[in-house]
Design a protein around this ligand. Sequence first.
Ligand code: PBG
Length: 325
Amino acid sequence: MSFPRRRLRRLRRTQRLRDLVGEARLGVDDLVAPLFVREAAREPRPIGSLPGVVQHSRESLIKEVAELRDLGVPGMILFGIPAEKDARGSGAWDPDGVVQVALRDVREEVGDDLVVMADLCLDEYTDHGHCGVLAPDGGVDNDATLELYAAVALAQAEAGADICAPSGMMDGQVRAIRGALDESGFEQVAILAYSAKYASALYGPFRDAVDVQIAGGGDRRSYQQDWHNAREALEEIRADVAEGADMVMVKPAITYLDVIARARAELDLPLAAYHVSGEYSMIKAAAAEGWLDGDAVALEQLTAIKRAGADFILTYFAKEIARRQ
Ligand code: PBG
């Protein structure tokens, strides 16, 4: 057999040929926009380390979700910045807490035309900045935290969330939340588990966005995953699926494409990936310096996440990409 001369280049010749044979695609339907709402804010406030992203007021959030819906973005995920923080993070399950109020506003504005997700965690609400309550020895108390997560899930479901997304990496969090939702008649509320969430330095800009500083310069390495490990991520995912997760997530995305690919190979449930704050900010900063083409890099990275096997992506680029398509 003669060697197929120039075979691999033949199908790269024109844009239409490349479109025809392209494997992975990024569509507006694949995007979920993370949004921040700040209690008692009168105006949206820019976030220095996340150019183009703001802490919304109630009013500006409503406008933003309407715009996302009109652009065809299918989903959003909400994070709250409470006016007051305390040791237990009580603003997270207060029926009049910032996210619950915003969920009702959003639901009223968009009905079922946008999937409404709520991040379910305590770190934005605790004065020490950890994702759970602290034990007397200063560590995060797993089981005491689960009771509070159950209360947060109910508050979010009552306020109209379609999906609760637990991000605190406590063991057993999916089971605790599923049980609480089912007992209270919220069987239709789905769970998107942040299953494989790494203790990543790429969350830096997000902590500015939600005004979180971890007490005493601490970190989350006793509950988030060690980024030396990939197999452990599969164990986390299996556990969450067994506990009743409807969808699972890998986070961050670009540094964990291997984990996304392995999860995809094993899993038939929907798989999400979070292109996190640091991944966004790096592109924005380099683009602002003129060092690279930010639009092109964003598209390349987000498409790579799809190619690795994610079904949808949480990304601060959601609106920009939707506008460009
Ligand atoms: C925890 C949470 C974090 C992010 C999403 N949910 C922060 C953390 O674990 O420290 C990070 C998202 C991002 O960096 O864009 N509530």
